[in-house]
Ligand binder design. Sequence first.
Ligand SMILES: C[S@@+](CC[C@H](N)C(=O)[O-])C[C@H]1O[C@@H](n2cnc3c(N)ncnc32)[C@H](O)[C@@H]1O
Length: 182
Amino acid sequence: MKFHGGIPGWFNFADFYDWVVQNAPDKARFVEVGALFGASSVYLQSRIVASKKDIKLDIVDTFDDKNLSMESSNLAMPFGGFRKTFDFFTRGRLGDNVRVCQMPSREHAGACKPGSLHFVFLDGSHAKLDVLQDISSYLNAMAPGGILGGHDVDIPDVAQAVQEAFGTRFVRFGVSCWYVQL
Ligand SMILES: C[S@@+](CC[C@H](N)C(=O)[O-])C[C@H]1O[C@@H](n2cnc3c(N)ncnc32)[C@H](O)[C@@H]1O
């Protein structure tokens, strides 16, 4: 785990978020699945603000203390748990365009309007069946030309899920991201 912008996490894909925001339409809807303590979310929001585009961002995480690794648990304990740690690190750094959706990704995806999402980033569960489930849950909600991608394509489970869903159609980006343009 490393610190980015003073927040602990696994964020090493700033170049991907830079590229996505730069290429997004002026009015767009983004979803980030898997925030942990907010390192990637705060960075994405900073790029959205800098772009001056009208981009709405849903941050989706269960914030379930049972899912935390030992390292994360030790970090979250003094703050009183997962969600309180996220709130501490993100305080004042997420704007009115952002909704924090504390729920499983499948539930969030089911509530999204078909064709409404311009960017969905999957960094939740990295188990193969969960990644496949996330991909199929959000596909219907993607806007034409939208970007569906994720983190940790070097993890075999993630790579297998992405290959199973998209064959050779997906693109690798930077050290660890994948995406398809729909
Ligand atoms: C690898 S961490 C995210 C790291 C974060 N993006 C960062 O930059 O530090 C994965 C997160 O996904 C969340 N998560 C796992 N499965 C989920 C699901 N089905 N729905 C919503 N959140 C989920 C976990 O609670 C955890 O916070």
